[in-house]
Design a protein around this ligand. Sequence first.
Ligand SMILES: Cc1ncc(C[n+]2csc(CCOP(=O)(O)OP(=O)(O)O)c2C)c(N)n1
Ligand code: SF4
Length: 305
Amino acid sequence: MNKILEISLEELLLPGHAACAGCGAALALRHVLKALGKNTIIVIPAGCSSIIQGVYPKSALNIPVLNCAFDSAAAYASGVVEGLKAKNKSENINVVVWAGDGATFDIGLQSLSGAAERDTDMIYFCYDNEAYMNTGIQTSSATPFGALTTTTPIIGKRERKKDILSIILANEPSYLATGVSGYPIDLHNKVLKAKKYRGFRFIHILTPCPPGWRFDSKYTVTISKLAVDTGMWPLFEVIESKFNLTGPSLKLLNPKNRKSVEAYLALQGRFSKLTKEEVNCIQKFIDTRWEYLKYLTNFKERRFL
Ligand SMILES: Cc1ncc(C[n+]2csc(CCOP(=O)(O)OP(=O)(O)O)c2C)c(N)n1
Ligand code: SF4
């Protein structure tokens, strides 16, 4: 699919949901559900999304939803997969997890690792707003270096963001991809592709959060796009261990096409305490990472990590 007008008009995230204005997670969820379609069962652990969907018996999601404890979304989804198989109903039903970074990188990592290792037939979506937003913007292991949260020192987080994708890739999932709420066609195409594969699939989506990242809600799409255009958030997919850049990231192998990371950082209050040297360090980290992505793009062997 190449055009926004080709995206389905059917809304599975209904109007009147409880997200903040400009929520990147709600925007991403809306697009993901349009690509998944109605034959989908979604498992949501505690987090902003369990609020966005609404309180039982009402729901803003027009598909079956299971809410689960914070640490166990992938285990719940594994149970749903097995239940459908036992009832001979697994054909054409997507079982998906929709979990925040806290539920994925930290407290749910154990059940996620088990499902990935068993190659359980599900698509696991991590919407990454880079902190525990629902409980008041606490640091998670997805929070990037230098970002302010309510539990970081006043100079911002001192540790780097955990490399979750290397952990997932070690299990050789049939499909893995990154996405962003501001480039919906790229995201939509990846969900359609993930649906064609069986076994464990993982899609990691960067979802800007106005209160958590401290920006005006009108900038959600601008910031999502800058994350990609500066090279901070590369868009790629890994299919049967072959790495491919996608969409707007394709042209970024040439460093001249990458915008300076300052453009991304300056719009967000959470990075207001970064020093000039730290901004230069982040730029250097991005440039080095792209050298590695260039290597992966040219690598012909099946296993590369
Ligand atoms: C075992 C456990 N610890 C803590 C909590 C409290 N809690 C509920 S939601 C949440 C934050 C979720 O963060 P994340 O997964 O990143 O999703 P977000 O809120 O950012 O959407 C926390 C800490 C809980 N429900 N269960
Ligand atoms: S706090 Fe952030 S992630 Fe949570 S609903 Fe609001 S904008 Fe979305």
